[in-house]
Each structure stands twice: as structure tokens, then as C-alpha cells.
Design a protein. Structure first.
Length: 202
């Protein structure tokens, strides 16, 4: 064991590593998010704006941001350099279990006890897709590291794989001078049909 961190919260609900720095974020049942340096074994900062347990937590791989999701039905995007919450995303109707940034696009995926998976554009601060099909709490959802796929797991005893290529094509326009396409700042009604469940298994 390299390092042990102790907290006064009864339970730690989520963890994530920073991609470049020796940092770990821990989201707690108390509603507090802690930022630790695991090499120095020190608590760097605390963030406390959620009302109730925080389950989902994830660092952005390039920006000084992290995202959190809690039992208050809220998704919050934070700037850890400025030590503040930038904005809150609303739309889920029950506990939020996991939140993750996309590796390339300005998207966040969230899984909720309201039986839906949502994809958000954090630049426009809009929900761009609602994925339905599970009939119990969705415990986790995650982007594929390279393909236009999402995987989700639910208490309905299924794991589902979703094709989101339609969402990317709808929200991405390419330009000849850049390999990383710019994402349009999508607004309006979330896309209920920009995804297809390819298969599910028990």
C-alpha cells in the first residue's frame, strides 16, 4: 500500500485520478469532494456545494475541470484552479450514480436512478441526448475510449451497448485545417433518437 487517506465521512462514494498530476479526487457521502496529493499525502482542497452524497466524480483530461454528480439530482462542473463551481446541470429526476467526461468532445455522460443516461455538452451547458431503455436504476455509464459507443449497467440485470454515432454526426462539423473537429454549441430539445441500443446481455 502506497498511501492511506482517512476522512471523517462515513463512506467514500467515488474516486478519480488526475491524468498528469499526483492527485486523487474523492467524493464523499457527506457531500464534500476532497482533492488529495497522494505523493505528499496531503489534502489540497475541499469542495462543498452538493446537498447530500456525491457519487460520480471525474477529472477532465486536458482542462482544469472536474465534474461531479450527486443525490441532489445535480451535475456540477468545477474549475479546481479557481476553486469554484462554474455551473450546474439540471435534468435528472433521481440520484446520479456516475459522471464522466468524453476523451475528445465537450461531452459529459451521466447515469441516474431515474433509469436514463444523459449526454451533456458542457460548453453550451445543454443536455443533448437522453438514452432510455433500462427499467431500473442505471448504476454506471461510460464512453468507449475511441469508438462512438456507450456502455451502461443497470439493476435491471442488463448491460447495454449504445451506438451514439448519430449524435456525433449531428453535433460535429469538420473543417479542413483541423483534425479535431469543433463541436457545435447544441441547444434546444435533447435528442431522444440520436442513439441506438446495439445489444444487451445479462
Amino acid at each position: 500500500m502506497l498511501t492511506k487517506f482517512e476522512s471523517k465521512s462515513a463512506r467514500v462514494k467515488g474516486l478519480t485520478f488526475h491524468s498528469k498530476r499526483p492527485w486523487v479526487l474523492a467524493s464523499l457521502h457527506s457531500g464534500i469532494i476532497q482533492l488529495w496529493d497522494y505523493r505528499m499525502k496531503t489534502l489540497i482542497d475541499k469542495f462543498d456545494e452538493h446537498d447530500g452524497p456525491v457519487r460520480g466524480i471525474h477529472f477532465h483530461n486536458a482542462q482544469p475541470l472536474f465534474v461531479s454528480g450527486g443525490d441532489d439530482y445535480k451535475i456540477k462542473v468545477w474549475n479546481y484552479k479557481n476553486r469554484k463551481c462554474l455551473f450546474t446541470l439540471l435534468g435528472h429526476l433521481d440520484y446520479i450514480r456516475t459522471t464522466f467526461f468524453h476523451h475528445e468532445y465537450p461531452w459529459i455522460i451521466s447515469a441516474s436512478d431515474d433509469q436514463t443516461i444523459r449526454i451533456w455538452n458542457w460548453q453550451s451547458r445543454q443536455c443533448v441526448c437522453v438514452m432510455t431503455g433500462h427499467n431500473h436504476y442505471v448504476m454506471c455509464a461510460q464512453f468507449h475510449p475511441t469508438d462512438d459507443l456507450v456502455v451502461s449497467a443497470s439493476l435491471d440485470q442488463t448491460v447495454r451497448v449504445w451506438d451514439i454515432s448519430g449524435l456525433r454526426k449531428k453535433n460535429v462539423y469538420s473543417t479542413p485545417d483541423t483534425i479535431q473537429s469543433q463541436i457545435q454549441r447544441t441547444t434546444g430539445t435533447p435528442d431522444l433518437f440520436g442513439q441506438v441500443c446495439l445489444f444487451f446481455f445479462f
